[in-house]
Design a protein around this ligand. Structure first.
Ligand code: CA
Length: 219
């Protein structure tokens, strides 16, 4: 899942980018409010982590602008711990959740997973398809009850397919979801990952739709 992170504190920003990427998210990090605000228009983000005090443009103004323009991406706002007023203003401005600083990475992960799950209309924290089960929090995948070992990028791709069952995903859409601006993408990367998913989960798990893309499920 691709996350837009807007945070000007370099320690927090760096820690979140590295930490969330280790947990399987794709992260674009901006430390300036104006650049971050524009970034939402440039890629298909699954959620946003937004600091409030930012150079360029204040986090609350950014959020209000996005909502006015009709952007529906879930937004997790970072606030000073204990600052109730800031939290209330954030939630009233269109934030979906908030987290007080300092916070634990695991909690950011859990809140992002919950926001993304709800945004896709899923109530169950586990995502299942036939005999395959995926736990977004532990990143564990089982097939027929047995754990399947997969690379972080393969897991990210499977998660994308599971959240978009019965939808054809083009190679371009897939690339935009599982790679950040800073990643170098080989031209056949998606084909290679799909090949690996089929090898590990069964050759019929993902179908190729000629010249359009790939699908998990039925078109
Ligand atoms: Ca700040």
């Amino acid at each position: 899942m691709r996350i837009l992170l807007i945070e000007d504190d370099s320690l927090i920003g760096d820690g979140l980018k590295i930490g969330l990427e280790k947990l399987g998210f794709t992260v674009d990090w901006f430390d300036d409010g104006l650049d971050g605000k524009e970034a939402l228009m440039q890629a298909p983000y699954d959620a946003v982590v937004l600091d409030l005090g930012l150079p360029g443009e204040d986090g609350l103004d950014i959020l209000q602008d996005w909502r006015r323009q009709g952007h529906k991406e879930p937004v997790l706002v970072l606030t000073a711990r204990g600052d109730v007023d800031q939290r209330i203003v954030g939630l009233n401005s269109g934030a979906d959740d908030y987290l007080g600083k300092p916070f634990a990475l695991k909690e950011v992960q859990a809140r992002l997973n919950a926001l993304i799950r709800r945004n896709h209309g899923n109530i169950n924290p586990l995502i299942t398809y036939k005999d395959i089960t995926f736990n977004p929090q532990t990143r564990e995948i089982t097939k027929d009850g047995k754990t399947v070992v997969m690379s972080p990028r393969e897991i990210a791709l499977l998660e994308l397919f599971l959240l978009n069952k019965n939808k054809v995903l083009s190679k371009e859409v897939i690339e935009n979801k599982i790679y950040s601006w800073s990643d170098e993408v080989q031209s056949n990367a998606v084909e290679v990952h799909v090949h690996h998913l089929r090898k590990k989960l069964g050759k019929d798990i993902i179908k190729t739709i000629n010249k359009i893309g790939y699908i998990l499920g039925e078109a």
